[in-house]
Design a protein around this ligand. Structure first.
Ligand code: HEM
Length: 505
């Protein structure tokens, strides 16, 4: 059996998979020319300078100079694994998505889990939501579910996203993370405080990537064979059980083992302990969704599981580690707009913003032909009139016509695809229809606070007060009334700690 020591395991894996004296063939340049020496550059004489004619040297250095691609602007640190999704319950009355069409059907998939704010080399155990991205390689093309380990989000208008993310990144002058930026923003955008409560509870520091649930957070649409719409949210419940780290342990691991969660996922899969999640949906008819007690398209709020219980759909299992991190994890491009017939976006404003933002960043981060990369390439055939662009590495459509319609037989439009009728949801005047802040925005965090055990409440209060106390007094004063509005006990207890920490409070 593999030992507990990952490095020993990795060495063992290397020595068993690639025998030490195996003959892997001759070293070549990128152009396939044999390399005479990989140790000594060509020089003019014994003491002379190196020569530009040494293609191997120049190409090796030039390629190295370009090894880094831009890291993801958010969710830069992550790990991924391959696996499969299996349908366990029939939901074909809700959706015509073929990969969900019958019990027992399996679809290959790839998952990536991540932190949000840190850079690519940052620590896995930082206090942060965790990204939960799933790519299903279905017969109707790729379906991506790009969610988080939290059922809600900080904001509900995409216009706020870059500002919010700036508060989680570094101060433009000092290049230091500043609690001021966070608490200034959150106190001015109090709809964020539901997610902030989850963030500062121990759910903000999950123990690895296998021990937390995943959520679509947004409401999406199912469309069935008849074109009927149901609204739904994904819930993926971990079969490993929930495990979180205390703030102290998470901070310790940030220093001693920054790749803690990456290693845990990799090792578990190498050991044959394949992590799995059971997939559920919360389903609402159109009427139920539009008449619900709050806006189900506002991603700062959950839809009660008492009102709309979870219905099982299937499960996914991760059973294969990537062979190459860069090729499979770094180059993976997930987007909420990668959808299959039978699953459609709702008009959730945040979701609509995301539909644009992800493929846009992929074209920047990976190039316009990012869908040709092996990890992103669908198993389903791709036939269209897109041509050329940097780094096209397919046959580029060969001799097929690069325009449509044409008289050469296609590829032809597929009129069996069901699109949903937006007329029933889109009404009214074009304008900036603001979400007003109401008591309802404070109700759900209040309920969450009261669902917590005494020790969970204490951890939340210690964690959040610890962070707020590092912000300037003005921001401390601005945030506390919002916490009191959520629950007076919550606000008072945080305030008491702030007073203890600062006599001038
Ligand atoms: C990554 C934008 C909200 C989950 C990203 C990336 C961008 C982005 C640009 C980098 C993608 C890449 O380089 O491949 C936005 C915008 C949002 C938003 C504009 C709001 C308007 C959300 C929400 C969730 C979420 C609400 C969860 C429900 C993720 C995840 C990733 C990600 C999981 C990492 C994807 C991966 O594993 O490669 N986001 N995001 N984001 N976002 Fe968002």
């Amino acid at each position: 059996p593999p030992s507990k020591d990952f490095k020993q395991d990795a060495k063992a894996a290397l020595s068993t998979e690639i025998p030490l004296d195996s003959n892997l063939g001759r070293l070549t340049t990128g152009t396939g020319n044999p390399v005479l020496s990989n140790q000594t550059s060509q020089t003019a004489g014994d003491l002379g300078p190196v020569l530009i004619q040494d293609f191997h040297l120049i190409d090796k250095l030039a390629h190295f100079d370009r090894e880094r691609i831009p890291e993801r602007v958010v969710h830069a640190k992550g790990a991924g694994a391959h696996g499969y999704f299996e349908v366990t319950k029939d939901i074909s009355h809700l959706t015509c998505a073929k990969f969900l069409s019958k019990v027992g059907k399996r679809t290959p998939m790839f998952a990536r889990f991540s932190t949000v704010g840190g850079e690519r080399g940052s620590a896995d155990t930082a206090r942060d939501p965790r990204g939960f991205s799933l790519k299903f390689y279905t017969e109707e093309g790729n379906y991506d579910m790009v969610g988080n380990n939290t059922p809600v989000f900080f904001i509900r208008d995409p216009l706020k996203f870059p500002d919010f993310i700036h508060t989680q990144k570094r101060d433009p002058r000092t290049n230091i993370h500043q609690e001021d930026m966070k608490w200034d923003f959150w106190s001015k955008v109090p709809e964020s405080l539901h997610q902030v409560m989850i963030l500062f509870s121990n759910r903000g520091t999950p123990d690895g990537m296998r021990h937390n649930h995943g959520y679509s957070s947004h409401t999406y649409k199912f469309v069935n064979e008849q074109g009927h719409v149901h609204y739904f949210k994904w819930h993926f419940r971990t079969n490993q059980g929930i495990k979180n780290l205390s703030a102290a342990r998470a901070a310790e691991l940030e220093g001693t083992d920054p790749d803690y969660a990456t290693r845990d996922l990799f090792e578990a899969i190498e050991r044959g302990e394949y992590p799995s999640w059971t997939a559920y949906v919360q389903v609402m008819t159109e009427e139920e969704a539009f008449n619900y007690k709050h806006n189900v398209f506002d991603v700062t709020k959950v839809v009660s599981q008492k009102d709309f219980p979870l219905q099982e759909v299937g499960r996914f299992v991760l059973n294969r580690n990537p062979e190459n991190y860069f090729a499979e994890v770094e180059q993976a491009a997930f987007s909420p707009s990668h959808l299959v017939p039978g699953i459609a976006p709702s008009h959730d404003r945040m979701l609509q913003g995301r539909l644009f933002s992800y493929p846009d960043t992929h074209r920047h981060r990976l190039g316009p032909n990012y869908l040709q990369l092996p990890i992103n390439k669908p198993l389903a055939p791709v036939l269209n009139q897109q041509r050329d662009g940097p780094m096209c590495f397919t046959d580029n459509g060969g001799r097929l016509p690069n325009y449509e319609p044409n008289s050469f037989g296609g590829p032809a439009e597929d009129h069996r695809v069901r699109e949903t009728d937006l007329e029933s949801t889109v009404k009214g005047y074009i304008g900036r229809h603001t979400y007003e802040l109401t008591d309802a925005d404070f109700e759900q965090p209040g309920k969450l606070y009261n669902l917590m055990s005494k020790s969970e409440q204490q951890d939340l209060i210690d964690n959040i007060a610890g962070s707020i106390s590092q912000a300037q007094l003005v921001f401390q004063h601005n945030i506390v009334p919002h916490l009191k509005r959520i629950d007076s006990d919550y606000g008072n207890r945080v305030e008491a700690i702030l007073k203890q920490k600062n006599a001038n409070y």
